[in-house]
Design a binder for this molecule. Structure first.
Ligand code: DQA
Length: 140
């Protein structure tokens, strides 16, 4: 399986950004854990974090040919981006949406995610373990 892990805006600041909400691990820590998990399970894994919506959309277009599944934390674009939803709708593999925090416990504007209409599964509030759980699900 070829797996793509996508992270949206401000997630490059993980570890420094609002640690009470998002934890003390950096994105590099999370990616290293996932890299090991992928290696142990014979998964080919690729990562992108970007603060540019168009770059994320173009990576999803490329994934139509290259990837079997996507794990995505769309971050703030979850709540704003029909363009991101449309790009994921053009991708035929499985999609798991991950949020570190429980978006349903937070401000009302975070309760709705455009991406959830496309996701095969949604994980929220499990911290960085959510990404590992998503990979575990995709292995089944
Ligand atoms: C987030 C939740 C979003 O509401 C927020 O904009 C983020 C991170 C999460 O992982 O909990 O940037 O996706």
């Amino acid at each position: 399986m070829k797996l793509l892990v996508l992270n949206g805006p401000n997630l490059n600041l993980l570890g420094q950004r609002e640690p009470d909400l998002y934890g003390h691990e950096t994105l590099a820590d999370i990616e290293n854990t996932l890299r090991r998990q992928a290696l142990d399970n014979g998964i080919e894994i690729d990562f992108l974090q970007t603060n540019h919506e168009g770059e994320l959309i173009e990576r999803i277009h490329a994934a139509r040919q290259e990837s079997d599944a996507i794990i995505i934390n769309p971050a703030a674009w979850s709540h704003t981006s029909v363009a991101l939803l449309d790009a994921l709708n053009a991708f035929e593999g499985q999609v798991v949406e991950v949020h570190l925090s429980n978006i349903h416990k937070r401000e009302a504007f975070r309760h709705h995610s455009y991406i959830s209409a496309r996701a095969d599964g949604v994980i929220a509030g499990l911290g960085s373990f959510g990404y590992q759980a998503a990979m575990e699900f995709l292995l089944r």
